[in-house]
Design a protein around this ligand. Structure first.
Ligand SMILES: [Zn+2]
Length: 448
């Protein structure tokens, strides 16, 4: 798999995070199904944005790139995104890129113009096959800036001549730097071969980036480049397109001031990757509540008393879980339908909850099987379960302690000592325990 990675001129935003999480779920599901996955994701550490930002921050392009690629790795680790197997950097692959450009020039698919090298789209018949933008239509398009060095407005730069104050590398066309598109197709071919399985990225990359990757690679090798292209839809913020000029640009670090990484991740996979998703306080809240319900069901189930042998009581639960696991795989097999997969996990949680409500104990092997399945499915989605931090014994202990506190508090309530009961509730809340007084008595849960 090849996933277009970040340009390391700033912190990654939640739209980037969505693309990386979607790719991570695809990877995790393929691994769950027994495939060996090799995932390559590049780091763009030289381009116009890098140069501009380096000037603004008075850092060298290299220092800027190092600082923000460190930040990128920190952010994806927080979001429980598995580290790609290889994270090649553009500036560390200049010889390979120069060689790739030379091949295209030799095949007369690219031409040199005053120190720049451009790809000639008229020399690749398949141009436009991914995006539907045909080279002919692009000639008339007005969105492409006029550049007198180009033969055709749709031609794009493979190599850019060095301008004053910019970093540059030697090449047969003079000192310069690589264009953005050639970096991805060259590094994909180096680490995955001329033809590989899956290429992913946000929808905004379809044109021109991915269209140009195909043109470069296939014009060069005459072989298909990627077998499957998966593009995720847009992310909006409170109903608007996210942009720096609108002032609604949300980095992962900003978002993590509003919710935990686990909630952010759960929210981002709650929509199908080919559907838009709206980042808003309300939607985050919904994700948080759902996740809490799920984790509370699992916690409660895992603290059930245990008996040695299976009885007829276990059978219905085991068959529900087995059936839902099969449906989960069906949902994921159907173009990675995560919202359906999540609703199926909720069916399991419901069954588990109702078992825990009605029965006092369960066979050890049943408990292990049911919670093992639930955890494996959640792991496909990359949702971490906090109970792992506590052993089951500690969870049992926690439950006994909370029962004791609630017992004592009930006695205070009976004495109408409202001040003390409120204080206990508030102090517990600070510690992450939420208690609610209901007509049936006081219940408690852990905050996610
Ligand atoms: Zn790319």
């Amino acid at each position: 798999m090849y996933v277009c990675g970040p340009t390391v001129y700033d912190y990654i935003h939640i739209g980037n995070a969505r693309a990386f999480i979607v790719a991570d779920v695809v990877r995790r599901y393929l691994e769950y199904k027994g495939f060996m996955v090799k995932l390559v994701s590049n780091i763009t550490d030289i381009d116009d944005k890098m140069i501009k930002r380096a000037k603004e921050t008075r850092l060298s392009v290299q220092e800027l790139g190092e600082a923000y690629s460190d930040a990128y790795f920190e952010d994806i680790a927080k979001l429980n995104i598995k580290k790609p197997d290889i994270n090649p950097r553009a500036t560390q692959h200049i010889p390979e890129i120069v060689k790739a450009v030379e091949v295209l020039v030799r095949k007369r698919c690219a031409y040199q113009a005053d120190g720049d090298v451009y790809f000639d789209v008229s020399r690749f018949d398949g141009y436009g096959k991914l995006s539907g933008n045909k080279a002919e239509a692009l000639k008339m398009g007005s969105r492409i800036e006029v550049n007198p060095k180009k033969r055709n407005p749709a031609d794009f730069a493979l190599w850019k001549k060095q301008r004053k104050g910019e970093p540059g590398w030697h090449s047969p066309w003079g000192i310069g730097r690589p264009g953005w598109h050639i970096e991805c197709s060259t590094m994909a071919a180096k680490y995955l071969g001329e033809t590989f399985d899956i290429h992913m990225g946000g929808k905004d990359l379809i044109f021109p980036h991915h269209e140009n990757e195909i043109a470069q690679a296939e014009a060069s090798t005459g072989k298909p480049f990627a077998r499957y292209w998966l593009h995720n839809e847009w992310l909006t913020v409170e109903g608007n397109k996210m942009s720096k000029s609108l002032g609604n640009f949300v980095t992962v670090r900003d978002a993590l001031k509003m919710c935990t990484p686990q909630v952010l991740r759960f929210f981002l996979i709650s929509a199908h990757y080919r559907s838009p998703i709206d980042f808003s306080k309300e939607n985050l809240k919904v994700a948080e509540t759902n996740l809490e319900r799920l984790l509370n069901a699992l916690r409660r189930f895992e603290t059930l008393g245990e008996r040695e042998d299976r009885t007829a009581e276990d059978t219905p639960l085991l068959s529900v879980v087995e059936e839902e696991r099969r449906r989960f795989e069906e949902a994921m097999d159907d173009d990675f339908n995560t919202p359906l997969a999540i609703s199926i996990i909720f069916n399991i949680a419901k069954a588990v909850n109702s078992y825990a409500e009605n029965k006092r104990e369960i066979a050890v092997s049943t408990k292990k099987e049911v919670s093992g399945t639930l955890r494996r499915l959640l792991d496909v989605l990359g949702v971490e379960i906090r109970t792992e931090e506590l052993g089951v014994d500690e969870i049992g202990q926690e439950k006994e302690l909370m029962d004791l506190i609630i017992d004592l508090r009930r006695e205070m309530r009976e004495r109408k000592d409202w001040k003390a009961t409120d204080r206990i509730r508030q102090r517990l809340q600070k510690l992450g325990f939420i208690i609610e007084d209901t007509p049936e008595g006081t219940v408690w849960k852990r905050r996610t």
